[in-house]
Design a protein around this ligand. Structure first.
Ligand code: NAD
Ligand code: GLY
Length: 368
């Protein structure tokens, strides 16, 4: 088991990474909390796989465990479901000193974290992420939220977990499409921050694609390390943290246009990153070689976003409704070579349309 600190003063915590960590979860959770009760939030897909084992080790460490399940899917990351979990927390008699645990992917983690942030003005919570995407991104950094009918993650808070327990063994049951979608967020770290990491993925693409255990753990470790370094500098996204949103402004619009069914989050991020890269190329921030490197890596890793079924105008309308606008101007993260990026707020609609159309053309070639 390896341990990675996230240094945020009094909100600091550790990320435990390893295979078989669930078995240690009872001891780990007890090591930081004297709470008597906790609510374990999960969903009907994940709970039968890992819930009973987790409940057992928690009970063995003296916790009274109440299980609260939300339906599976991004479409349920909403206030209605959050209220149901809040009701269950009230029924279970959760106190301010109690704990909430999130066992699942990013949807469960975001919603459970949001509930923890508002229940009795905030209680402690622990992330036990079970998808690749959640293990490399959403469980770390304290962004918690639910969607509003008008936009993704519109209702939320910054509420850091007290601990993140990553058991890479849980990925064994993850469907291929979810695994490859998660790799969309993994590639993001290489593009925005670390050319060497990007090159590592290029050199180990087939092992990663074939889910080699030690490669996966290295990926998880490096992604969490990069995310921690960025969040430590800018916990509330007033500056550098925004670079983690590469591809997200485009991607959130695609997810919403697809009614949160057509795209997996990581696929939408990959599609959005291709659009951002086309724009970056038009602005001479990257050259054709960089773009081909990115497309090739996606292909080698098995990341294939669904074909673009929406007009550029509709995508842009959705982007303007995203949270990342300031005074109605888009703030877009664009790659600046591989391993570095810039944030631009001076992009005209015409340039966006051209980039989206260029990416549509590329995707057609790419998905053949
Ligand atoms: P998800 O939570 O919907 O999980 C994907 C699917 O895999 C679900 O059907 C889930 O039940 C299933 N699953 C989970 N673990 C499994 C396992 N071990 N075995 C078998 N099936 C399993 O999707 P996701 O990709 O994990 O997360 C996407 C969400 O994360 C989005 O809502 C996105 O906005 C959010 N997100 C948040 C942040 C953040 O910083 N808070 C960052 C990135 C993404
Ligand atoms: N996933 C973006 C962030 O955590 O800031």
């Amino acid at each position: 088991m390896t341990k990675l600190p996230v240094k945020l003063g009094e909100r600091s915590y550790e990320i435990f990474i390893g295979s078989g960590n669930l078995k240690q979860a009872g001891i780990l959770v007890r090591s930081l909390s004297q709470a008597a009760k906790l609510v374990l939030v999960s969903n009907p897909t994940v709970f039968p796989l890992y819930g009973p084992q987790l409940v057992e080790v928690l009970q063995a460490n003296g916790f009274t465990v109440n299980v609260a399940l939300m339906p599976d899917g991004e479409a349920y990351k909403n206030m209605e479901e959050a209220l149901k979990i809040l009701d269950q927390a009230v029924d279970a008699g959760l106190e301010r000193s109690s704990l909430l645990l999130a066992l699942g992917g990013g949807v469960v983690g975001d919603l459970a974290g949001f509930v923890a942030s508002v229940y009795q003005r905030g209680i402690e919570f622990i992330q036990i992420p079970t998808t690749l995407l959640a293990q490399v991104d959403s469980s770390v950094g304290g962004k918690v939220a639910v969607n509003h009918p008008r936009g993704k993650n519109f209702i939320g808070s910054f509420h850091q977990p007290r601990m993140v327990i990553i058991d890479s063994h849980t990925l064994d049951t993850l469907e291929d499409r979810e695994y490859y979608a998660g790799l969309g967020e993994v590639v993001k770290y290489g593009v925005i921050y670390d050319e060497q990491f990007f090159a590592y993925m290029e050199s180990n693409a087939s092992a990663i694609r074939n889910r080699d255990k030690s490669c996966i753990e290295s990926l998880i470790y490096r992604c969490c390390e990069i995310k921690a370094a960025i969040v430590e500098q800018d916990e509330r996204e007033l500056g550098i943290r925004a670079i983690l949103n590469l591809g997200h402004t485009f991607g959130h619009s695609l997810e919403k246009l697809g009614s949160y069914q057509l795209y997996k989050h990581g696929e939408a991020v990959a599609a959005g990153t291709i659009m951002a890269s086309c724009l970056a190329m038009a602005l001479d921030l990257i050259d054709n070689r960089d773009l081909l490197r990115l497309l090739d890596l996606y292909k080698q890793l098995g990341i294939f976003p669904p074909r673009l079924a929406f007009s550029a105008e509709d995508i842009i309308a959705g982007m303007l409704n995203d949270k990342k606008t300031l005074n109605n101007r888009l703030h877009l993260v664009l790659p600046n070579g591989i391993g570095s990026c810039v944030i631009r707020d001076d992009i005209e609609q015409k340039q966006l349309i051209t980039a989206i159309e260029r990416s549509r053309h590329l995707e057609l070639e790419f998905t053949k």
